[in-house]
Design a protein around this ligand. Structure first.
Ligand SMILES: [Mg+2]
Length: 335
């Protein structure tokens, strides 16, 4: 922990003690938790570490105005958990670091960690370390997660082959819709509005599904949808040196109350919106019978097929196949 961070907690020791208390207890593979210079962890025999880290930057990934601190912490951890899920890993340990804007008050930090540790705990992930410091600029959170995967069984982006079916777990576009509603300060009247705002503020990474797809050797490739289907599908096809064709009418976009125009706008959110943190995975035809209709309560949708590379990435809409441009990633321009 950094030297100057803790006018917020009076002393750094106070903060370390507080954090250690938040993540107390034993965990398999944990030899030494918070309190020494570093943690000591080890994977099970025959397993590999899946290691990932993700930044959450104020003004880019969240805004102090729209996102309550619990949601900032939750989303910061969700980003990394979702990457572990996409690799078929079982998340085990997390490190959470915060560079804090000087505007931030102590209750914000506590609420941030409540959100972060709450989601981690729900996935049986132990917080084993982190760092905090004051920052002259915006608040930045960085979350590293270690997960375990049996040696050689990780799901990669590069394994998709022509003919493989493209599946997505759960509905797309809710998070982008929720952000839009938050920006417009629409008070959540209908259940679907509430659902969209919740999907944005508290996304649920699909770790159980990732493990299931890897252990049963169902998926040939996988990626998590963090930057939008159009962008992340392209990443998967590029890694696999393949193309893809998806069908617009199979994409589980938010339901349109009325009108074609609205339907197109909602489809655009599902294609390009981002931050859904659902898994996109490919399955050889011969393995499709192993794909359940639902995993827990999440519906699995078959939205397309991997094609030869020369086809590029196409979307079939109104009976016509057209190139699908990667328009994700710019999902979060606040202000
Ligand atoms: Mg990812």
């Amino acid at each position: 922990l950094a030297y100057n961070s803790m006018d917020l907690f009076s002393t750094e020791i106070q903060f370390t003690d507080w954090l250690a208390k938040q993540s107390a207890g034993k965990a398999r593979g944990l030899r030494l938790g918070i309190g020494d210079d570093a943690a000591l962890v080890e994977p099970r025999r025959g397993f590999q570490w899946v290691v990932t880290t993700d930044l959450s930057v104020e003004g880019v990934h969240f805004s102090a105005r729209l996102h309550p601190p619990e949601a900032v912490g939750h989303r910061a951890v969700a980003r990394s958990l979702s990457d572990v899920a996409a690799m078929g890993g079982e998340p085990r340990f997390a490190l959470v670091s915060l560079a804090l804007s000087r505007r931030v008050k102590r209750p914000w930090i506590k609420a941030f960690f409540a959100g972060a540790i709450g989601l981690a705990r729900g996935h049986r992930v132990k917080l084993v370390g982190g760092d905090t410091a004051l920052n002259a600029g915006q608040t930045v959170a960085d979350v590293t997660v270690l997960g375990e995967v049996p040696r050689g069984e990780a799901l990669l982006r590069s394994g998709a082959r022509p003919g493989d079916q493209i599946c997505v777990a759960g509905e797309l576009g809710d998070s982008a819709l929720g952000l839009r509603l938050l920006k417009a300060s629409v008070s959540p009247r209908s259940p679907s509005t509430r659902e969209a705002v919740r999907a944005h503020l508290y996304p649920e990474p699909q770790c159980g599904l990732g493990v299931f797809l890897a252990r049963r050797r169902i998926a040939s490739a996988a990626i998590d949808l963090s930057d939008g289907l159009s962008t992340d599908l392209r990443r998967l096809t590029q890694a696999s040196k393949a193309g893809a064709r998806i069908w617009a009418d199979r994409i589980p976009a938010p339901a349109a109350p009325a009108g074609d125009e609205e339907r197109d706008a909602l489809l655009a959110l599902a294609l390009h919106g981002g931050e859904d943190y659902k898994l996109l995975f490919t399955v050889p035809l011969s393995r499709m019978e192993l794909v359940p209709k639902r995993f827990n309560r999440t519906v699995i949708y078959r939205i397309g097929e991997i094609e030869h590379r020369r086809l590029g990435v196409q979307i079939v809409q109104n009976g016509k196949a057209v190139p699908l441009k990667a328009q994700g990633y710019d999902h979060f321009r606040i202000g």
